[in-house]
Design a protein around this ligand. Structure first.
Ligand SMILES: *[C@@H]1O[C@H](CO)[C@@H](O)[C@H](O)[C@H]1NC(C)=O
Ligand SMILES: *[C@@H]1O[C@H](CO)[C@@H](O)[C@H](O)[C@H]1NC(C)=O
Ligand SMILES: *[C@@H]1O[C@H](CO)[C@@H](O)[C@H](O)[C@H]1NC(C)=O
Ligand SMILES: *[C@@H]1O[C@H](CO)[C@@H](O)[C@H](O)[C@H]1NC(C)=O
Ligand SMILES: *[C@@H]1O[C@H](CO)[C@@H](O)[C@H](O)[C@H]1NC(C)=O
Length: 605
């Protein structure tokens, strides 16, 4: 049953709410019949550096009153690609917006890919919703290109624009058709809060009385960025510094430090590829990074207040019971983990596991869900909550929201997140404004009964596999030569989830192979591609001995790259599932051509 339908009987249609002096006429309004959504989308907010612990108002108004999704992942760990995924319901390999700036990404690429009249807010308007947005939409959405064309689909909007998007003290907004306006000297996130309250007021008073979807996208806790030039043509320069807080928060948390987890600035290098070259951070770098960390927490205080401001206004309008309040972040963040300078863009848990919390009609209070969910699921989830039929080209699936539905979803729901990245990574902050190339990879995060794994293939064809039950901080790559020195015969393969590694790898790689170019239903049910006759829904099913022959077959393509590219270039991507020799499987059957001793290490490392 749709939640929207479930609540009709219980809401009071005649609640009068006050805002200022005005009496708000809500009588019979559609805003009482169909649910509204207020979505707060932060920028670069971590789960694993404990930022949520410093947001008491988020806890009070959303976590205690709603459900937290513990295994929520972004699928591309950087702002613009991740936001385009959110607003289209498609993985980056299907949007081909894979970077923050042109030619591979940014607002101009979003426009060039034809999404401006075919994405989330447009679809919502078609379904009878009023749509509102304030804050950062995409990167490279600038004071020069904001009107060519203007972002489609919004009833009313007030966007932050480059090159001032991350300039906390000179935020520059652009409202509806008006020219950009600078708020120099004011604290950007507080300006944003005022705009959010203004848009909420507009939404509540809309003459057509339609229900609304309001997105508020603060820049906190992103770094402060001074940008010179225009990112649209790549002629710009950027300087990242620590985030800036409002004056009233500047002395908070004087003793807070980046959590010293096992992968914090470790004595031995960890990860793969360029990470293995990172030097250990020295005392001044660590001290600066702790400062950077505190500034993030301080900047987040304005977001925390914003949440309370939104919730209390919804309550005053009499709309809180009929509004989903959703909180998430475009991607995660690391500081010092694996010796990394502050930044994102990696596939590791710090960068990809992001907060998702929801309160609203039918949503369980004070509950933590551990089903795997991703940003590709959010557009379908909103559709489902608002009673709009799902689109067939959504790569994700709606997230169940009631406790009963979440529990029922359990094993039946997809248990993996497909993660992908193209291009560079950037160190942020005083010591490390370096651009790191070769940061192109595909990865799979999978969590099921008895296993919790991360498998990645880099564009250098290096591979990583972490057993995250035993190694949650991803320090021991089971596919590094040192881990393999004694693995020449299959009897000495380490066992993982009670299976020899090559066997497990064959399944993980095949799943990643399908996911890296999946579309729509293929992304939602990738195992069906490998098992067209059905019966396999999870890794555990695929590991059954009866499927060994299929996975050990030489004709099954393996994930690998031809070369490292900064964008999604077909020729760099190696074998594609849809191009596989479909007859291969049949041809080999019964001819004894399977590798006799199972897969060889040489096929994997
Ligand atoms: C939330 O649940 C925990 C136990 O799971 C309990 O200790 C806590 O008091 C609850 N909080 C609220 C606000 O209900
Ligand atoms: C602040 O932003 C405006 C554009 O909105 C720009 O004209 C002005 O130069 C900026 N001020 C500073 C100090 O960067
Ligand atoms: C740490 O390294 C930075 C360069 O990254 C250097 O500027 C600084 O002086 C070093 N500090 C110490 C204490 O060695
Ligand atoms: C590999 O096996 C040899 C002989 O069995 C043993 O001496 C050696 O310690 C092993 N090395 C590793 C890295 O496990
Ligand atoms: C993605 O976009 C880039 C830049 O426009 C283009 O070169 C590339 O061919 C596109 N990739 C695919 C798979 O269409």
């Amino acid at each position: 049953m749709r939640l929207a339908a479930a609540i009709i009987g219980t809401v009071t249609l005649y609640a009068a709410a006050t805002h200022g002096q005005k009496q708000v006429p809500l009588v019979g309004g559609d805003q009482k019949r169909r649910p509204n959504v207020v979505f707060v989308l932060t920028d670069d907010q971590d789960v694993h550096l404990s930022s949520l612990d410093y947001m008491p108002l988020l806890k009070k108004h959303i976590l205690d009153e709603g459900t937290y999704f513990d295994k929520h992942y972004c699928t591309t760990a950087v702002c613009c690609p991740s936001r385009v995924t959110l607003w289209t319901g498609k993985a980056s390999h299907n949007t081909n917006v894979t970077n923050v700036n042109p030619p591979y990404g940014g607002y101009p690429k979003f426009i060039a890919e034809g999404f401006n009249n075919n994405y989330f807010p447009v679809w919502l308007q078609q379904a009878g919703y009023n749509t509102y947005y304030t804050g950062k939409l995409f990167n490279a959405h600038t004071v020069n290109n904001y009107n060519s064309p203007h972002p489609g689909g919004y009833t009313s909007s007030d966007f932050l624009l480059d090159p001032y998007t991350y300039d906390y003290l000179n935020s520059t907004f652009q409202r509806n058709g008006e020219p950009p306006r600078s708020y120099e000297g004011r604290y950007g996130p507080d300006v944003l809060a005022e705009k959010a309250y203004g848009l909420l007021d507009e939404a509540v008073h809309a003459a057509n009385n339609q229900p609304f979807f309001l997105t508020v996208a603060p820049i906190a806790p992103h770094a402060n960025v001074i940008m010179k030039g225009d990112p649209q043509d790549g002629s710009h320069e950027v300087v990242f510094t620590e985030p800036i807080s409002a004056k009233r928060h500047q002395h908070l948390f004087p003793n807070a430090k980046v959590p010293r987890s096992l992968n914090f600035n470790p004595d031995k290098p960890s990860g793969a590829n360029w990470l293995l070259q990172l030097p250990q951070q020295n005392a001044s770098e660590v001290a600066y990074n702790d400062h950077f960390y505190r500034q993030r927490l301080r900047a987040l205080q304005s977001v925390d207040e914003l949440i309370e401001g939104l919730v209390s206004r919804l309550e005053a309008y009499g709309l809180l019971d009929n509004t989903y309040v959703v909180f998430s972040s475009d991607n995660g963040f690391h500081i010092g983990n694996h010796r990394l300078p502050p930044g994102k863009s990696c596939g590791y848990e710090e960068d990809t596991n992001v907060p998702l919390a929801v309160r609203g009609p039918g949503v369980a209070r004070n509950y933590t869900a551990d089903i795997v969910t991703t940003h590709t699921d959010l557009a379908p989830t909103f559709f489902e909550l608002l009673g709009i039929p799902l689109r067939d080209d959504f790569d994700g699936t709606a997230i169940p929201m009631t406790r009963a539905d979440i529990e029922e979803a359990g094993r039946a729901r997809r248990e993996h997140a497909g993660i992908e990245y193209w291009g560079f990574a950037l160190g942020e902050g005083e010591f490390s404004q370096v651009q790191i190339e070769l940061n192109t990879y595909k990865a799979l995060r999978i969590s099921g009964p008895g296993y919790s794994l991360y498998y990645a293939v880099w564009c250098t064809n290096e591979r990583e596999l972490y057993d995250m039950t035993a190694d949650p901080y991803q320090l021991h790559n089971l596919l590094r030569p040192s881990s393999l020195s004694n693995s020449s015969s299959s009897s000495s393969f380490p066992l993982l989830a009670a299976h020899p590694l090559p066997k497990l790898l064959s399944r993980l790689d095949a799943l990643l192979m399908v996911l890296k170019s999946c579309r729509g239903a293929t992304c939602r049910r990738p195992w069906d591609q490998l098992h067209p006759s059905g019966g396999v829904h999870a890794l555990e099913d695929a590991l059954a001995a009866e499927h060994d022959a299929l996975y050990e077959e030489a004709a099954l393509p393996r994930v690998r790259y031809e070369f490292c590219a900064n964008g999604y270039l077909r020729e760099a991507e190696g074998p594609m599932w849809e191009d596989r020799e479909v007859v291969g499987r049949e041809r080999n059957k019964g001819k004894g051509e399977y590798m006799r001793d199972g897969l060889r290490w040489e096929d994997w490392v």
